[in-house]
Design a protein around this ligand. Structure first.
Ligand SMILES: C[S@@+](CC[C@H](N)C(=O)[O-])C[C@H]1O[C@@H](n2cnc3c(N)ncnc32)[C@H](O)[C@@H]1O
Length: 249
């Protein structure tokens, strides 16, 4: 990463009230691993320095808004892709113990190599589908937090994430702008799996100004055993919602 990229990262982080001075070398290292990984594996659509710095690094760090990820916590990153938001969060919050999950093996292979290279033993990569993990005794109701960025609509996320949380645990979902219809369906879906939408926090991505929303759903009680439904069904038939064509984030 060149000097401009480092400045951009520090400026973006400062707007989130984070001082990354100590972590800059690690972010530089992550940047070069991501670029090399992209050349080999085509991991992410974001390729320019500015995009990676602002739309991956700073964007992931916005999950810290509101203080829902502070303390010694077991966190599952659902659909981590190339390791986002896991890596930026792990670099600035070493007390978070991540299980970084994705259904695509090549992405998790990259996450494993990167965690080793960045000396992040608190990041555990796992190939799997959320629907399967949500039914496995090793993972169901085992996590303090589920974080998720850019994976699915809110009703789908509620069904996939709530089974993985212990009672009192939180789903922290970082999304783009959310429609009233999606939010309404998300509230109903959350209730169905014994959660409640506690926070809807709209904000602008630092520097770029793109619309983002942090949504927090608290788990209030045991999720009925019929959830999550089998692999693919939560996305194909979201609870309480018919998605419009081409939903993003
Ligand atoms: C658009 S990417 C986002 C990746 C990353 N969270 C980010 O913000 O860059 C969505 C990822 O979620 C994964 N994914 C989607 N549904 C999943 C599921 N049910 N279980 C596990 N991974 C899933 C996909 O394989 C993909 O890598």
């Amino acid at each position: 990463m060149n000097r401009d990229g480092l400045d951009l990262l520090q400026r973006g982080a400062a707007l989130l009230e984070l001082d990354l001075t100590a972590q800059l070398p690690a972010f530089e290292h992550l940047f070069s691993l991501l670029q090399a990984g992209n050349e080999r594996l085509n991991l992410t659509a974001l390729k320019t320095e500015e995009d990676i710095v602002l739309k991956h690094f700073v964007d992931s760090l916005t999950c810290l808004r509101g203080g829902y990820l502070e303390g010694e916590l077991k966190v599952l990153d659902l659909g981590t892709g190339a390791g986002f938001p896991t890596f930026p969060l792990a670099l600035v919050r070493p007390n978070l113990h991540f299980t970084a999950v994705d259904s695509i093996r090549k992405k998790i292979d990259f996450v494993r190599d990167t965690a080793t290279q960045l000396s992040l033993p608190q990041v555990t990569p796992l190939v799997g589908r959320a629907e399967m993990l949500g039914r496995s005794p090793d993972h169901r109701e085992r996590y303090d937090r589920v974080v998720v960025r850019a994976v699915a609509s809110l009703p789908v996320l509620a069904e996939l994430a709530l089974p993985l949380l212990r009672e009192g645990g939180l789903l922290v979902a970082q999304k783009g702008a959310i429609t009233a219809e999606e939010l309404n369906a998300g509230r109903r879906a959350a209730g169905e799996v014994r959660g409640k939408v506690q926070v809807v926090d709209p904000f602008d991505l630092p520097i770029l100004g793109d619309a983002r929303t942090l949504i927090v759903i608290e788990k209030l009680g045991p999720t009925p055993s019929k959830y999550p439904r089998r692999a693919g069904v939560p996305t194909a038939q979201p609870l309480f919602w018919t998605p419009p064509p081409r939903t993003a984030r």
